[in-house]
Ligand binder design. Structure first.
Ligand SMILES: [Mg+2]
Ligand SMILES: [Zn+2]
Length: 184
């Protein structure tokens, strides 16, 4: 069977409003275009969420709270016909020196081996420079979004990644590259 391509999605500022540490599903505010964007991608890609949740290490939010919020997001998307294969989160602080915090490519590599992902056809989409570095460190194409914290951190971008407004713009862009490749 052919390997599948994947999209690795940041959570806060990419799929939902970045309102700081989200402790409760009632604080989750999806962007109005998130569902449409993911529905466009789903026929072509397996979808993963990868989120840094250093609030756990800092004591701002508990593991249970993060897992409940992640489950709520997955369920809301599933009810709209969008399947998230897996949500990965890093609970650590930078000072913890863990191996899983973005931009370490840990979770992309983990998903790639568990789900037999073709990284050469995969993308990372996020609103922080560490998201595009995460993609770059795993050797996949990355898209930087200006939603969430994107505008604020744009100057810190080091590479020449594609910069787009939001996840819906990213979906259109990704699908255009998929279609172009098929005609070659
Ligand atoms: Mg973010
Ligand atoms: Zn970690």
């Amino acid at each position: 069977m052919a390997k599948s391509a994947a999209i690795f999605l940041d959570r806060d500022g990419t799929l939902v409003e970045d309102v700081g540490f989200i402790r409760n599903p009632s604080q989750v505010m999806f962007f109005p275009y998130t569902i449409e964007a993911l529905k466009m991608l789903q026929p072509h890609f397996r979808l993963f969420i990868v989120t840094n949740q250093s609030g756990i290490a800092k004591g701002n939010v508990t593991v249970d709270e993060v897992e409940r919020v992640n489950a709520f997001i997955e369920e809301h998307l599933r009810n709209q016909g969008v399947t998230i294969e897996q949500t990965y989160y890093c609970p650590h602080n930078t000072e913890d020196g863990c191996s899983c915090k973005k931009p370490s490519p840990y979770f992309i590599n983990k998903a790639a081996s568990l789900f037999d992902i073709d990284l050469s056809q995969s993308f990372m989409v996020g609103d922080h420079p560490s998201d595009v570095e995460f993609g770059r460190n795993a050797g996949i194409k990355s898209i930087y979004l200006l939603s969430g914290h994107g505008q604020k951190h744009r100057e810190e971008l080091k590479g020449d990644e594609t910069v787009l407004g939001n996840i819906l713009d990213a979906s259109h862009f990704i699908l255009s590259t998929v279609k172009n490749e098929k005609h070659e």
